[in-house]
Design a protein around this ligand. Structure first.
Ligand code: GTP
Ligand code: SPV
Ligand code: MN
Length: 586
């Protein structure tokens, strides 16, 4: 435990509110975690999977009304409504504490309250930050033990400091009408109630490492971004790092762990994963941007993950992992999901726990079913995964799901043009959040659901950061999801995305020319290496790289509408970039 009076006060105040039967401090010791897993087995909260095939692995089913982030019930609670901005839901802090305090009140009666000290970033790194999460869920405890660094060592590092994020979570009775995910950036506090699902309850992840951290970053001069970080090692053994922001379920985990195509492997290319979801980025003494992954594990989308699309992700789940809302194969006590292989189990339960066969017409795994896996399981985890200063970035990449408008890849003219491109990103919605799937919406920097303050100020922060980086990375946009007239993806994607990364890195080293278009620079089609690809010709690449001015004029209208809601708060640099784009299109 700890003598830290700030921590003790937080724990005592929380206990007074939720009134648990007992309080358990999570030490980080394996014995304690194992005892908790056993307890969860007894209640059915966890199901132990086949110890020979999936050692240390468990299955969990969330409530059927609780399967994704709830953006409509996620709030930023700051004193001034304008500081939350037009994109976030806002609640007055006083009102929020009262209203949701009433829901928390007595919610842990008869239950155990767990106190989880955790570090985002390697324990003790000067870029790391500490949180304490209080929860009534063993699933949360054991998941946080995978996703973050937890336990006594974190309290030791905290010492008697008051610099930690206070997180209070109660599953309560999982009442969707009383579900609230509240952020109090001005108080370093997060409250989450009536959910048991990942992004709503593993408070280190989206709540802290993005919403609260983005606010801290704005005030302290750094950036918290929804980005993967990967290193590409070339045949000479040099490693260049890139960070990429794609909206939820748009390919970060897949890109972060990609397996090079055969011809690249033969030449000696390797890809190293530093992170798959979140990057904390600072300006280094050398004037470059340096990024760390604050997480310690992956909370990845299960459906579609297979030995062809993402073997490294699948292999990461082979031990000490937790699967949520997937199919339970009763024949061998393992798991299955759509897109794992072509042999769905015949003796199985679906994600709800009901008897299920593949021909019943319904999916067996929830589209947002997930695995929680330790990062060290990943066969291509980077040697720099724990590097306290992170890795230097050569490029920043934005991307999304766009059936038409966006080309396979293009490069921004300069930093501010790159910020403009990021701010105007749009993507089709996915199952990662509740609500309609496949609707195009603006999702700036893939951060629409995750900026803890006014989005216009977030854009201004990006512009401001540009002025502090003497050695700026280049900024690019990619789109793996262009479709043909029949709705099929044109680009093979996955491992073959390395072909695009190769062009991006060549641009960063001024080794290759590009073609100017109204939106930025696209590759000379022949410069995208298609060697070894069966169905892709130079004509396919030409098609993937077209920039249709009519589509883009429509796009400009959409951006104008989107920008309008920010009023005077929108940085003038961005309205200028929009005006320039409009002029170039005409
Ligand atoms: P979050 O964890 O929600 O932030 O998602 P993510 O961005 O990490 O997405 P992930 O890599 O899990 O991919 C989500 C879905 O996109 C999966 O169904 C993948 O199969 C699919 N996907 C990923 N990369 C590609 C690609 O290059 N091409 C195509 N067509 N699909 C892809
Ligand atoms: C996302 O939705 O972007 C995720 C999953 O990475 S969650 O942790 O639920 O946010
Ligand atoms: Mn994510």
């Amino acid at each position: 435990m700890t003598d830290n009076q700030n921590v003790l006060k937080f724990v005592n105040d929380s206990a007074a509110l939720v009134q648990p039967r007992r309080i358990v401090w999570i030490t980080g010791e394996e014995d304690q975690l194992e005892a908790l897993r056993k307890e969860a087995l007894a209640t059915g909260e966890l199901i132990k999977l086949n110890e020979d095939l999936l050692p240390g692995c468990y299955l969990h089913r969330s409530a059927t009304n609780d399967v994704a982030r709830v953006e409509g019930r996620t709030f930023i609670c700051c004193k001034n409504k304008d500081d939350a901005g037009p994109i976030n839901n806002w609640m007055d802090p006083q009102e929020a504490y009262e209203k949701v305090g009433a829901i928390f009140e007595g919610s842990m009666k008869g239950k155990t309250m767990y106190v989880i000290p955790y570090s985002m970033g390697a324990v003790g790194s000067k870029f790391s930050k500490i949180g304490i999460e209080i929860t009534d869920s063993i699933y949360v405890v054991v998941s946080m033990a995978i996703m973050t660094r937890i336990g006594n060592k974190v309290l030791d590092t905290l010492g008697d400091s008051n610099d930690f994020v206070r997180g209070l979570h109660a599953k309560a009775d999982l009442d969707a009408e009383k579900r609230y995910i509240l952020h109090f950036p001005e108080d370093n506090t997060i409250w989450s109630v009536n959910s048991g699902y990942g992004g709503n309850v593993l408070l280190g992840k989206k709540c802290f490492a993005l919403r609260i951290a983005s606010y801290l970053g704005k005030n302290e001069g750094w950036m918290a971004e929804h980005m993967l970080i990967l290193g590409v090692e070339n045949p000479e053994g040099e490693i260049k790092y890139v960070a990429a922001a794609f909206p939820s379920a748009c390919g970060k985990t897949n890109l972060a762990m990609l397996i090079p195509p055969e011809i690249y492997k033969q030449k000696g290319y390797k890809v190293w994963c530093v992170g798959d979801d979140i990057a904390w980025i600072r300006v280094g003494a050398d004037g470059r941007l340096w990024a760390i992954n604050p997480e310690n594990g992956f909370f990845g989308v299960a459906p579609g993950t297979n030995m062809k699309s993402n073997p490294n992700a699948l292999l990461s789940t082979k031990k000490n992992a937790i699967f949520t809302n997937v199919v339970h194969n009763l024949d061998n006590n393992t798991v299955w999901w759509e897109g794992m292989d072509k042999n769905p189990p015949t003796n199985a339960l679906d994600w709800k726990g009901n008897r299920w066969t593949a021909d019943c017409g319904e999916k067996g795994a929830h589209p947002n079913s997930r695995f929680t896996a330790p990062a060290i399981n990943c066969p291509c985890i980077s040697s720099e995964f724990e590097a306290p200063d992170g890795v230097p970035l050569s490029a920043i990449i934005f991307g999304g799901r766009r059936a038409k408008t966006a080309p396979l890849v293009y490069e921004a003219r300069d930093w501010n043009s790159g910020v403009f491109i990021g701010s105007a990103m749009a993507s089709e919605t996915t199952a990662a959040a509740t609500g309609a799937v496949g609707v195009v919406r603006r999702d700036p920097m893939a951060m629409r659901p995750f900026v803890g303050y006014n989005m216009a100020d977030y854009f201004a922060h990006w512009i401001e950061m540009g002025t502090k980086i003497s050695n700026q990375p280049k900024i690019f946009n990619v789109n793996w999801f262009r479709t043909d007239d029949n709705g099929n993806f044109i680009w093979p994607g996955y491992g073959d995305n390395l072909r695009v990364l190769e062009w991006i890195l060549a641009r960063c080293e001024n080794k290759v020319d590009a073609v100017e278009t109204p939106i930025g620079y696209v590759p000379v089609p022949e410069d995208i290496n298609i060697e070894g690809l069966d169905d892709v010709t130079v004509d396919t690449i030409k098609e993937l790289l077209t920039v249709d001015p009519e589509n883009w004029k429509e796009e400009v209208k959409g951006i104008e509408e989107f920008y309008a809601q920010f009023g005077d708060r929108l940085p003038k640099e961005l309205s200028e970039k929009l005006a320039e784009l409009k002029a170039r299109l005409n």
